[in-house]
Design a protein around this ligand. Structure first.
Ligand SMILES: NC(=O)c1ccc[n+]([C@@H]2O[C@H](COP(=O)([O-])OP(=O)(O)OC[C@H]3O[C@@H](n4cnc5c(N)ncnc54)[C@H](OP(=O)(O)O)[C@@H]3O)[C@@H](O)[C@H]2O)c1
Length: 297
């Protein structure tokens, strides 16, 4: 994998809603350097207040062929009018903030906090219809080429892969959350993309006890050739340089599938959490996973 499959994540790269006090210049310099190095995808969320910096950098960069992925969140169970207004708002706001007419993709996500009927979260038909409806709304906007279904759990990813008119699926994908690897055969067979988010798990996986950054977890992620894009946040040119070096040297002996299986086995040893809380490792797992004996079949 080279820089062509890197997607610049923007949730915290400059001052915004999540990091209002952050110094923005290093993050903007990182994005500028990323584009100069060949990165052509940027993922942003209009709700996080960082698209201003994306626009400022791209307006001053010499290339015009950068594409945007933007996030839209909708509660599961929302009626079609609500879904349409949430998605259209994300598209319109993003186009205005970024100064573009067209977006490459919307990454549609189930808004877990605002989903009133929690039982729907374990209803794979409802999840599949959610993504299919979202795809129709996005297509109807006339401003977006693709729909990527961002998934919180294995069960949701399995359901999203079946949804009509979805171009790809996305999930957090790193050594601590390797379960999407179990779906890559199926994703490839269906001709879908897979977008891996948070390869360093918000930076925690890069922290080495010695204080020096260790990007082996990123090298693990990019070992898998079927990952279309890896979305990673970088707030300094130094981190960008280290990331580019890491993605150019994937690990040699891919253990992607073995690690995912080990994670899954570990999850099965834990009882489902009690209460109304919901986590990717809960009971959703059991019903919708592909065959585990040999998921490469
Ligand atoms: N639901 C969704 O749609 C969703 C969910 C999760 C993520 N995302 C997208 O994915 C992007 C990435 O996710 P993320 O930010 O959660 O996680 P991440 O990219 O795995 O981790 C980002 C963290 O890694 C640090 N980092 C980067 N390069 C480093 C290096 N060389 N050495 C040490 N630390 C380094 C960054 O620090 P610095 O900032 O200091 O460089 C930042 O704190 C987000 O910006 C967002 O666009 C979307």
């Amino acid at each position: 994998m080279g820089v062509d499959r890197l997607c610049f994540g923007t949730s915290t790269f400059v001052a915004g809603r999540l990091r209002p006090e952050k110094e923005s210049e290093p993050g903007m310099a990182a994005l500028h350097a990323a584009v100069s190095a060949g990165v052509r995808l940027v993922h942003s969320n209009p709700k996080l207040g960082t698209q201003w910096a994306v626009r400022r950098v791209l307006d001053s960069a010499s290339t015009a062929d950068v594409s945007h992925l933007v996030k839209a969140e909708v509660p599961l169970g929302a009626d079609l009018a609500t879904m349409r207004s949430r998605i259209m708002l994300a598209i319109e706001e993003s186009c205005t903030n970024l100064g573009v007419d067209q977006l490459r993709a919307v990454t549609v996500e189930i808004d877990l906090k605002r989903t009133q009927d929690q039982a729907l979260l374990v209803n794979s038909q409802a999840v599949m219809e959610f993504y299919a409806n979202a795809a129709e709304v996005v297509r109807g906007s006339g401003r977006v080429s693709q729909v990527i279904a961002y998934c919180h759990s294995p069960a949701h990813l399995a359901a999203a892969s079946l949804a009509e008119d979805v171009h790809g699926v996305a999930a957090q994908y790193n050594v601590a959350e390797p379960w999407p690897a179990l779906f890559l055969d199926d994703i490839e067979r269906r001709g879908l993309q897979f977008v891996g988010m948070s390869p360093l798990r918000r930076g925690t996986l890069a922290a080495h006890p010695s204080g020096a950054a260790d990007l082996t977890p990123l090298r693990w992620v990019v070992t898998e050739p079927r990952i279309s894009s890896v979305v990673i946040t970088m707030s300094s040119p130094r981190h960008l340089r280290q990331v580019i070096k890491a993605v150019r040297s994937p690990l040699e002996a891919p253990s992607v599938h073995e690690l995912a299986s080990a994670w899954l086995n570990a999850q099965h040893r834990h009882a489902s959490p009690e209460g109304t809380g919901w986590s990717p490792a809960d009971r959703l797992l059991s019903s919708y996973l592909p065959a585990q004996e040999d998921p490469r079949d």
